[in-house]
Design a protein around this ligand. Structure first.
Ligand code: HEC
Ligand code: HEC
Length: 292
């Protein structure tokens, strides 16, 4: 077939058109269909469950952060969107409402989760469509502080294979010289978050750095109960006692090391230095004798 004979009305032309439009439909389906599977508010709910639920209820009272019921009555929509997008910036900027909230919530800062603008909008839509949202309260088995400590330090492995907390956190004087420093010191976690708050953040881990490590490796109810018991014990023992123990250990090993070092010096240095001085003197004497 010669190109100049081509006509969209020919059989070949129509077939080409059919193929072209099928392709457009397919591409359209993958680009738009997949990201909008489910209603926007539904997608917003999934995002909320993954990123916010551990700290906020909607009509269920305060846990780590404020109850979000009535949020749009007490704040401007734009403020809410900005706060969800970058709470850290709002606090750094000294936004008066953000500062007030920070004080009210024991200095616990809402983490910046680096959410895309579109995702924040979907969460906003979900919040606006919500009357009340109560999460089931997890019934915890009895916890053991001793087991909690083993889980924290990694002496006992987490069932789902998550990294032991001590890789990034320390509690009082745990371990000889404390644990990791990537995450905050958790000695006072119980005081700051309270029991429901601490349970909830362990149940639905949504701190960015932790989400990355614990994705799909949830803690079991027993593990949460054990860790909680351990945090309660650490908090009541007081960080001072425990931290003192750690600093005490640090000083003791320092002093111990110094004593051993001085002991060696006491044994060898005087004799050696005397010898050396002696040798120098003899050398000098013989040299001057030689000159005379
Ligand atoms: C680790 C806990 C935590 C997570 C996770 C969290 N928040 Fe917060 N949120 C807080 C705290 C605490 C405050 C109080 C302000 C402060 O201290 O930073 C707060 C405040 C807020 C406020 C302002 C409330 C008011 O009364 O003005 C909104 C809105 C909000 N959060 C929405 C969200 C949304 C949406 C998500 C999920 C994308 C989320 N938060 C995730 C802890 C959290
Ligand atoms: C990969 C390092 C890492 C591991 C492992 C880890 N965390 Fe965290 N955690 C962090 C970081 C970083 C933060 C600070 C919040 C953030 O991500 O922005 C944090 C915050 C927290 C907080 C809030 C503390 C505060 O003062 O606001 C709690 C509670 C917590 N982690 C508990 C745990 C528990 C329990 C475990 C073990 C099951 C654990 N973490 C394991 C890195 C880690």
């Amino acid at each position: 077939m010669e190109v100049k004979d081509f006509s969209w009305n020919s059989l070949a032309g129509r077939m080409l058109l059919v193929v072209f439009f099928s392709l457009v439909t397919l591409v359209g389906y993958f680009v738009f269909g997949l990201s909008f599977s489910g209603s926007p508010a539904e997608t917003g709910r999934t995002l909320f469950d993954e990123n916010c639920q551990s700290c906020h209820t909607f009509g269920g009272g305060e846990i780590v952060g404020p109850d979000l019921q009535g949020i749009f009555d007490r704040r401007e929509r734009e403020w809410v969107a900005r706060f969800i997008t970058s709470p850290d910036w709002m606090i750094a900027e000294g936004d008066p409402v953000a500062m007030e909230l920070l004080i009210e919530f024991n200095g616990v800062e809402m983490p910046n989760q680096a959410l895309a603008e579109a995702d924040v909008e979907l969460i906003m839509l979900f919040l606006e469509s919500q009357d009340s949202l109560t999460q089931a309260v997890l019934e915890l088995p009895r916890g053991s502080a001793g087991r909690g400590e083993s889980l924290f330090t990694g002496d006992q492995l987490l069932e789902a294979g998550g990294t032991p907390c001590m890789a990034c956190h320390t509690v009082g004087g745990i371990g000889e010289y404390g644990g990791g420093t990537l995450g905050p010191d958790l000695t006072r976690a119980y005081e700051r978050y309270g029991e429901p708050g601490l349970t909830s953040v362990m149940q639905n881990i949504s701190f960015p750095a932790m989400k990355y490590v614990y994705g799909g490796k949830n803690l079991s109810g027993q593990e949460i109960a054990d860790l909680l018991a351990f945090f309660i014990e650490a908090d009541t023992a007081g960080d001072e006692g425990m931290a003192d123990q750690a600093t005490g250990l640090f000083w003791m090993s320092g002093i111990g090391g110094a004593v051993v070092l001085f002991g060696f010096m006491a044994l060898f240095w005087p004799r050696q230095s005397k010898n050396q001085i002696e040798r120098l003197r003899i050398k000098a004497e013989t040299a001057s004798k030689g000159k005379l």
